[in-house]
Structure formats: structure tokens, C-alpha cells
Design a protein around this ligand. Structure first.
Ligand SMILES: [Zn+2]
Length: 75
């Protein structure tokens, strides 16, 4: 794995939108809330889209391959 931002194969954007269900675990430390970690709640299908062209990205396949892979419509 490298640290290069992977691009949308459709438009080349490296920014994506997600509506992954997640929440921050916080603790109150010295009078300030601090985020300890983020936890995902995977009870819905993961959903990522390109912020530029709006193409649907396949969340799991992209993670497996390490490259942005668009969600192909099932034939
Ligand atoms: Zn795109």
C-alpha cells in the first residue's frame, strides 16, 4: 500500500462523500470533551459516492483492491 490518494476512475476526484453510520466515543477530560475513537455502526449497507461526479463507489471492493472501484449495476 502507498499513501497516494486514489482517484475516481470516472472524473479523477480524490474526494468522496459517505453516509457511513458512525459515532464518536468521547470522554470528558479536564473539562473538555475529547474524541477517543470513531466507531462504525454497520447495520446498513456502506455507501460512498464521488463528491464530484456522484458515481457510486463500491465500498468493500475498493478497500480490498486499494483503488477506487465504481459500483457496477447488476446485469
Ligand atoms: Zn467522480
Amino acid at each position: 500500500m502507498n499513501n497516494e490518494y486514489q482517484e475516481c476512475p470516472n472524473c479523477g476526484s480524490t474526494e468522496f462523500l459517505t453516509v457511513l453510520n458512525s459515532y464518536e466515543v468521547v470522554s470528558l477530560v479536564d473539562g473538555k470533551w475529547q474524541i477517543i475513537r470513531t466507531e462504525l455502526v454497520n447495520d446498513d449497507e456502506d455507501y460512498v459516492t464521488c463528491s464530484e461526479c456522484g458515481e457510486d463507489v463500491d465500498f468493500d471492493i475498493s478497500e480490498q483492491r486499494g483503488i477506487i472501484t465504481l459500483r457496477t449495476p447488476t446485469p
